[in-house]
Structures are given as structure tokens and as C-alpha cells.
Design a protein around this ligand. Sequence first.
Ligand code: 3K0
Ligand code: CA
Ligand code: CA
Ligand code: ZN
Length: 419
Amino acid sequence: MFTRSRIVAVAAAGAVLLATLAAPAGARSAGSDDGRGVYSVPTADAAQRSAVAGTGVDVLGSRDGRLTFVATDEQARTLRARGFRLNEIGDFDEMLAERSGRAATSAAVADFPPGDEAYHTYAEMTAKLRAAERGHPALASVSSVGRSYEGRELHLIKISDNVTRDEAEPEVLFTCNQHAREHLTTEMCLHLVERFTTGYGSDPAIRALVDSREIYVIPQVNPDGSEYDIAGGTYKGWRKNRQGRGTDPNRNWDYRWGCCGGSSGNPASDTYRGTAPFSAPETRAVAGFVDSRVVGGRQQITAHIDFHSYSELVLWPYGYTYADTAPGMTQAQARRFADIGRQMARANGYQPQQSSDLYITDGSVNDWMWGEHGILSYTYEMYPRSSSGLNGFYPPASVIPRETARNDEAVDILLRAAG
Ligand code: 3K0
Ligand code: CA
Ligand code: CA
Ligand code: ZN
């Protein structure tokens, strides 16, 4: 007689066979391994969260001490053996399939799954930037900081008065979508572009900011990962870039890279730091752009936000150490990070904290921006505040206007602080 588990085993074997036929050799990565569950666990402090994250599990979100993550059966066993009280929420693949709905028939990236079409694919994002430039040639200028691993242009849009000139105005950078599945962040960057271009003519406050700053926006730092995540019309819960088995861009920056147990050396891990600092073409390209803004020995970019999702947090460096002060971070500087971070969090209703209060990270973008260039660099973890798992990365498209506009005032606070 067929037991349920035998049916599952046969179905799984079929799925593996289909995947083998459909995908080029090597295309299936650790991210598609069988037997992954979504879990949550209560933690007492950042040390416990770092201990969980440090096993290389895929952390989805963290609020009020509860960490939500994806783990293999083996990782879950290890954590339970160490005394963590894991609560299993569901099966990784089943939860994704449920969220994606009916799969599209084509493997091409046509659009997001039914109902989510308002999210922008790479092609749609590109078109939107070009339209902003066409509609506001004196204000907006599109260029590229380089190419992704798979060869996509990493688009950069500059927004300022006299946009074609390099004026002596504080420069502020916004980056989005380092993590592939965090699609709401791409919308956040596109919202910034929309607001600072179309709002210029009608809103005096916007005009004042755009006239006195040079605003740079990179809507997709990791377009390969993002496109992969929606390919074929089903979400894959993919985090990393698409180089080999994938590198976590936010562990690949060249500041205390791999120093402190805040990343993984295992290519299968979702926090794999890569073979070397800036081994990912995407981080190298963005860093190259930032390096290029040192003009006359002075870094022109004074402030930066990297948008992520989810958990509704405002984070500041350092991530590699629990200490508030460390080499390159004086007491006064740490206080300034916290002050501005708290102001921004009051404006958007997020929770403000040092990055390492979440868990230890090393090779993150904030640590590099500050440690290497003295840029006031924050990470925003966007909506939702918490989620039972993967759905947190795929909020319905109906929330895009509200959850992007929610950051208007916080963003303006940073733009003003950049002066
Ligand atoms: O600086 C940070 O603490 C980054 C947090 C970020 C990360 O890279 O681990 N959280 S996310 O991956 O869930 N977006
Ligand atoms: Ca200007
Ligand atoms: Ca300038
Ligand atoms: Zn992220």
C-alpha cells in the first residue's frame, strides 16, 4: 500500500527530475534543497540571535526577540540540540507555492504573479527610470555603475537641479534590492524617483531638497537575483546574487569582511560572504561608484540608506561588533547615528537600533560606507513588522503606495541631515 510519505517521496523525486530537465546544469542551488522548514524562535538577546544566525540559516525577519528563519532539517536539529525552542511554521516550498498562486506557463520573466503586477520587473524599472529622465531632462539623469554577474546594467539615476553639472551640493545615495526577494524595496527607490521628479514643480519642500542636494538612486543592486526570484511566475524566496550558488551581497563588502561570525564561508548558506571582499560584481560596482565620488580628496556622498525588508527597523553601524564605539566610531559619532536614526524612526514608526542589536553581521554595506568613507549610512527594514514567514517578502501590491510614502518624512530628515 502507498503510504502518504511514499507518495510524497515519489512526488519529490518527480519534481527533482522535472527541475533537472528544465534547468541548466548547476542552476539549482542550495536555495532549492529539499526539506527546508520555516521556523520561529524566541530569543533573549542579540547574542542568542547571532548564535542562530551564525549557523547559516536564512533569517527572514526579527522583531521583539522573535526570529523567523528558514532551516534545513539538520540545522533545525542542531539548534534544538543547543536548547533553542523552535516553532515550525510550515514547509518552505509549500508556503511559497501558496503565495505564488497559479504558476505562469512560460519560464520567461514576464511579470510578477497574478495580483502582484504593480511590482516592477527589471525591464519595467528600467523603463520607469528612462521615462523620469525623458520627462525631466533638467532634473534627472540615468547612467550605470556597472553590470551584474549576468550582465544587466546596474542603473543609477541622479536627481538634482542642473543635473548634468557636478555642483558643490551634499550628495545622498539610496540603494535598494541588495536582497533579491525584498521586492518592496525596489518600489521604495522608484517612489523616491517619482517623488523628487514629479513633486519638484508643485511641492516647495521637495524643490528645496532637490535644489540643495545631489540625490542618487540605485533601484536594484541585485537584478539577477530579483529576476530569478520571479522567473516562471512563482516566487522562490531567493536572497543572494546569481554567481555560482549565490553570494549574499550584504556580507560581501570590504570592511572587516568575514571578521566576526556574522557571515558564512559555506557557498550553500544564504549569508555566504563570497570568495573575497567584493567578489560579487554588484557590490564591487556600487563601491566603485561611491569611491568615484571622492573628489579633491573629499567624499561627496554624506548620507545613505540601503532599503531591505522586513521587520520595520532603522539600523545603523556597526554590525560587526556589539560595541557602540569601535575604531572609526567615536562616542559622538555613535550618538549622531542614534539621534538621527531615532528621529527617522519617529517619522516612519519603525524601531531604531544599532545593527548588531539585531544580530552580528560582517561585510555589510553600512559598515563599509561608514568605515571606509565616513558616510552616514542606515539600513531600513521595511514593512511588514512581522510575518509568519516568507509572506513577509511578498506583501500584496496594494500596500506599495502606503508603505513607500510612509518613509517620505524619514528620508527628508536624512536629506536635511546630509547638509
Ligand atoms: O545591517 C544589518 O543588520 C542588515 C540586516 C539585514 C541582513 O543583511 O541581514 N537583514 S535582512 O537580510 O533580513 N534584510
Ligand atoms: Ca544641483
Ligand atoms: Ca557634487
Ligand atoms: Zn535584506
